[in-house]
Design a protein around this ligand. Structure first.
Ligand SMILES: Cc1ncc(COP(=O)(O)O)c(C=O)c1O
Length: 446
């Protein structure tokens, strides 16, 4: 039955990251319940990545369906363009003002994460123009960062595999290194974190601060392989941005709403951004919604502008999306899921260490909150990766899937971000499955 559906699918759909060869062995999902997904053949899988890092509350939540139903019956859609608003959008913005960083109190809504980053980039450029500095347009982001695949978001994305078919990239986008503690090399600074942050300063000075609009970074890199920065990295980034008048935009599309064990991830380091981009868990994936929050200082400039801000989406402030988001945030609060994400993440790391910590091809097990990764290596001593022509971790991924675990990889890194509601026994089971899949591909651990 699933095989037939896949045939029809291949004849009629183009997929995100379209790859018909890989798709032939794919799944057609028909049902979800808690941390489980069920495919068209009736087989059950643990959703180890909560959909695409978004289904924080797990599948099959009736209260979210009910929130959507009620709103759709009352006012499914209305324009959010200037001159029009709706109650749910106002309530959601007020709620986000309480949940996000203290200086972030105004919000613009989009349909997802890439649109949130586009909006942040266009906002930064418009902010400097309105402040009489029209040359401040450049965007500095980081290697291994992922910000979406629309043209500007793709140009900010620092994973080169997303570029070749779509170049030329948007001019004026540059990349600096991300801190990658496991693969740390540079010693050009008092600490590794400060040394890597100082690359931003060097880039700003080289380009000329009068040309740089913003720095864009995920607090914890997600798609790029769950990379957690050293504690002194973001405080130094904030100093550099302040010193050179560069806006700091935090892409919290994955990290927002509890994934790292705090409502927003820069809280771990006592840093506030000027702009925060969010999406995914804001509706737990039950409705496409994202957005940006902006600092009071930026909001003042927009309020005083003499020209309209000509940036807009039909689905900005979608009433149904906002209703689902409000209910999602209520559940996160009522079920104490931010603390649960922290606790379950610690449990997952412990379970992964028990199942895989001694394996000679496991280089590092890492994470922050309930986003975790296992980085595999050819040689544990030298940290040498597997050669690209030998896709070992793809085979581990396939073995894990055959044993009932769905997730994704980036190169030799296997990433995990299950729903916050995943029961403890399933958290342990995820580690056991990954351990068994690793043994099946690489031989038994010592
Ligand atoms: C950090 C980050 N930013 C932006 C995006 C893009 O979001 P979307 O796919 O909703 O456009 C993603 C998607 O995975 C992401 O992880």
């Amino acid at each position: 039955m699933q095989a037939d559906l896949i045939q029809r699918d291949l004849a009629s759909l183009i997929h995100p990251l379209n790859d018909p060869k890989a798709h032939r062995t794919g799944h057609v999902w028909v049902r979800g319940e808690g941390a489980f997904l069920f495919d068209a053949d009736g087989k059950q899988y643990i959703d180890g990545l909560a959909g695409l890092w978004n289904v924080a509350l797990g599948h099959g939540r009736r209260e979210l369906a009910e929130a959507a139903r009620q709103q759709m019956e009352t006012l499914a859609y209305a324009s959010g363009y200037t001159g029009h608003s709706n109650e749910r959008a106002i309530e959601l913005a007020e709620k986000l003002a309480r949940l996000t960083y203290p200086s972030i109190n105004r919000f613009f809504f989009t349909s997802g994460g890439a649109e949130a980053n586009e909006s942040a980039i266009k906002l930064a450029r418009s902010y400097w123009k309105l402040r009489g500095q029209p040359a401040k347009t450049k965007v500095i982001s980081r290697e291994l960062g992922y910000h979406g695949t629309t043209l500007a978001a793709m140009s900010a994305t620092g994973i080169a595999g997303y570029w070749p078919l779509f170049e030329p990239r948007v001019p004026g986008f540059l990349h600096v290194s991300s801190p990658y503690p496991y693969r740390a090399q540079t010693t050009d600074g008092p600490t590794y974190g400060v040394a890597i942050a100082n690359e931003l300063e060097k880039a700003i000075v080289r380009e000329g601060p009068e040309t740089v609009a913003m720095f864009l970074a995920e607090p914890v890199i997600g798609v790029g392989g769950v990379i957690v920065p050293p504690d002194d990295y973001f405080p130094r980034i904030r100093e550099i941005c302040d010193r050179y008048d560069v806006l700091f935009a935090a892409d919290e599309v994955i990290t927002g709403f509890g994934r790292t064990g705090r409502w927003f991830a820069l809280e771990h380091w006592g840093v506030e951004p000027d702009i925060v981009q969010f999406a995914k868990a804001v509706t737990s994936g039950y409705f496409p919604l994202g957005g940006i929050g902006i600092s009071d200082a930026i909001a003042r400039v927009l309020d005083e502008a003499q020209v309209p801000w000509m940036h807009a989406y039909t689905y900005s402030a979608h009433p149904t999306g906002c209703a689902v988001a409000l209910r999602t945030l209520q559940v996160i609060e009522e079920e104490n899921l931010v603390a649960e994400a922290a606790r379950k993440g610690a449990r997952l790391i412990e379970a992964l260490r028990a199942c895989l910590g001694q394996h000679p091809h496991v280089g590092e097990i890492r994470g922050k909150g309930f986003m975790c990764a296992v980085e595999f290596v050819k040689d544990r001593e030298t940290k040498q990766p597997f050669p690209p022509e030998d896709p070992v971790v793809t085979r581990i991924h396939d073995e894990a899937q055959a044993r009932g675990l769905i997730s994704r990889t980036r190169g030799d890194v296997f990433v995990l971000a299950p729903p916050f509601v995943t029961p403890d026994n399933l958290v342990d089971r995820i580690a056991e499955i990954l351990g068994a899949a690793t043994d099946a591909v690489l031989g038994r651990r010592v």
